[in-house]
Design a protein around this ligand. Structure first.
Ligand code: ADP
Length: 338
């Protein structure tokens, strides 16, 4: 067992609810999907263990809920090493990093979630820590201030980000392993729903699991949330068992449509079509009109709409496709039919 979570606390934020951690796969062998990523990780872990060295620094990127944290937390277990967890959002100055770096045991993992949120000065402070396992610290003040060069134990930095593009080039280059997580296929997500249902001890048949998966935007966290809702729905309105009729009824009641879009997703499409005549429209203008934050739209809403080809990004802004009009049952403008 890994000596886990030296500093594990609420830093993972709301997403690491009790529910999430119960369903989170603990070992790489329990992780479903992302097969190519898993294979490459197994190779670097195996090689590092055979050489008795720390794992090279690892960066995971991809939309929220695809398993970046899950994979990051598996790494120290696989390496049988210690883990510290923090988030880019709380590392406001280099001094905030120092305790993590000096506490890092040999071959341990320091996981920084949302690593793109670190200010530039903190990013730069990480350069020598990652490359040479040393940092400069300033002791004393004013004329008495002295810079001390401190040697760190060789550790592994694991970063997770929804915006790899926001990291500076030099920081990105210091990660030996960079993995992009993609949306899950229907079959993979169905297996995740069945696995979560077993863990939550809720009775469900294969067809209903597939139905939930097909309405979960290719995202395990969304699938687990839909399952949890349907478990409540089936318990409150029926006998607790989820079948396709109950799943359909429950999803409809939650405002989830046939493509798995929720009210916020449809609101984005409606805004783009009705207010901006289908685009091109800038993301700031869309966010402003919807009274939503740009970050929420770019991180949580747009990736699946883009992948589903409901929206395309052009140099002049976002544009709704014919598919989006059809999905919302809105007549497309005449010129697009010519
Ligand atoms: P991210 O860090 O990318 O936002 P998480 O790792 O927190 O995503 O994943 C969200 C939830 O989805 C986890 O609690 C876990 O239960 C589930 N999950 C994610 N990826 C997988 C997977 N590959 N197999 C099974 N469950 C997964």
């Amino acid at each position: 067992m890994a000596r886990e979570a030296v500093l594990k606390n609420s830093l993972l934020g709301e997403k690491d609810t009790e529910f999430d951690s119960n369903l989170r796969p603990q070992r790489l062998a329990d992780v479903i999907g992302q097969q190519d990523v898993l294979e490459r990780l197994q190779i670097v872990i195996d090689a590092a263990k055979k050489r008795g060295e720390p794992l090279g620094h690892v960066l995971f990127d991809g939309p929220p809920g695809l398993g970046k944290t899950t994979l990051a937390l598996c790494l120290p277990r696989e390496m049988d090493s210690a883990l510290q967890i923090t988030s880019g959002a709380v590392l406001k100055a280099p001094k905030d990093l120092i305790p993590y770096l000096t506490n890092a045991e040999e071959r341990s993992v320091l996981f920084i979630d949302e690593i793109h949120r670190m200010p530039k000065a903190v990013e730069e402070y990480l350069y020598t820590a990652m490359e040479d396992f040393r940092i400069d610290i300033i002791l004393g003040e004013g004329v008495n201030a002295r810079t001390h060069n401190l040697t760190l134990k060789p550790f592994t930095l694991v970063g997770a980000t929804t915006r790899a593009g926001m990291l500076s080039g030099p920081l990105r280059d210091r990660f030996q392993v960079r993995e992009h997580l993609r949306f899950y296929e229907l079959e993979e997500l169905t297996r995740i729903v069945l696995r979560s249902a077993r863990k939550l001890e809720v009775a469900i048949d294969d067809a209903s699991a597939e139905l939930i998966a097909s309405r979960s935007r290719g995202t395990p966290r969304v699938a687990n949330n839909r399952l949890r809702w349907l478990r409540d729905f089936a318990t409150s309105r029926h006998n607790g068992r989820i079948d396709t009729t109950i799943a359909q009824e429950g999803l409809e009641m939650a405002g989830i449509d046939g493509l798995g879009l929720d009210e916020q997703d449809r609101n984005y499409l409606r805004t783009l079509i009705r207010v901006f005549q289908g685009g091109p429209a800038g993301i700031e203008a869309i966010a402003h009109t919807m009274n939503a934050s740009v970050d929420t739209l770019t991180d949580e809403v747009e990736p699946f709409l883009l992948r589903s080809e409901l929206v395309v990004r052009t140099p002049r802004g976002r544009v709704a496709t014919a598919l989006a009009y059809r999905h919302l049952e809105i007549d497309p403008p005449l010129e697009s039919l010519l």
